[in-house]
Design a protein around this ligand. Sequence first.
Ligand SMILES: C[S@@+](CC[C@H](N)C(=O)[O-])C[C@H]1O[C@@H](n2cnc3c(N)ncnc32)[C@H](O)[C@@H]1O
Ligand code: SF4
Ligand code: SF4
Length: 334
Amino acid sequence: MGLFQSVALRTVERKLKEISGEKVPIIAGHKLLYTCNLRCHMCPFWRRPDPLLLSVDEERKMLDTLADFSVSYMGFEGGEPFLRRDLPEILRLSHDRFFTSIVTNGWMLKDHFREVKDYLDFMFVSIDGIGKVHDRLRGMDGSFEKAREGIVAASAEIPVALSSTITSENADQVDQITAFATEMNISVSFQVAYDYSTAEKMSPPSEKLKSAIYRLLELKKSGAPLMESREYFQSVIDSWYNGISWKCKPWLTINIDPQGRVVLPCYVLNEYTGSGRIWEMDLPKVWNSVDWKIYESCNKCALSCYLEPSLFSWSNFTMVKERIIDGILSYLRA
Ligand SMILES: C[S@@+](CC[C@H](N)C(=O)[O-])C[C@H]1O[C@@H](n2cnc3c(N)ncnc32)[C@H](O)[C@@H]1O
Ligand code: SF4
Ligand code: SF4
């Protein structure tokens, strides 16, 4: 069975499980490692130790468990995923089962994207500003230029988007970053920096952030290539500035840490059920024993991998078109 057919079948399975009252994720995220070659000020991950990583066979067991749980989309990140020499093999296994994407800082992209391009449906490259602004935030001179070269090479062959994290240092750069994406003929995804307790607190001051989000909503309405929906920006404004919360559904996105453990309820709050690895547990039982209701009004982060699925509604035609119909059409065209 081809990828498209098996994902379609899992979508039907998931719908049936949902009808019987089960909570089932649609997206899975996996941090392949915490180690990184950059030192971004706002990032907690490179600061964490990396005990034993999963072997390729363990990665396969993890992917099989997620496919059995009806997951359709798999996203890899880290740390820096390109630091793993077995990355092509892991992505191949994933692409046999899921629509597969990766997030990278782009440092190694130009030299290595050919090894992985056949196993990716989508790639995100992080860009947090133009030139020196990006280099300063990423703690490494030359990181903007390396990422730019990687984007030029990779976007000629696979769909690429920028991933941009809004901080106190770059909140005034959303126009420049969007213009850079437009110039490169790719799209851009923006997210707001979350103040992790183990990283530098860099989320922008309230009024500065408000201007940036309103500007992004304007850019979206004017047709700029932003990946987030209008509802995404509007929900952030409503919740953080008007006291109207969105209903967070973190159960739609499952996250697996570099040791194969399920991170609960989301990778921001970062709790665990124990040290068991995902293929060693009764995953549907673990997932459905979480009291998800208490997180509905959390609204602490605006990470799009949680907020966008939480906002999805079949009764909103623009959303269905942008996220389902356009996705299917671009897949069929590729
Ligand atoms: C953790 S990185 C891992 C992948 C790769 N190393 C990279 O930088 O793209 C994934 C994304 O998380 C973003 N990120 C880092 N610190 C963050 C924070 N405090 N809040 C929100 N996003 C953050 C990064 O900018 C990046 O786009
Ligand atoms: S490149 Fe990615 S993982 Fe590495 S420090 Fe920066 S945000 Fe964190
Ligand atoms: S809003 Fe809260 S529960 Fe939802 S993903 Fe963010 S931190 Fe997790």
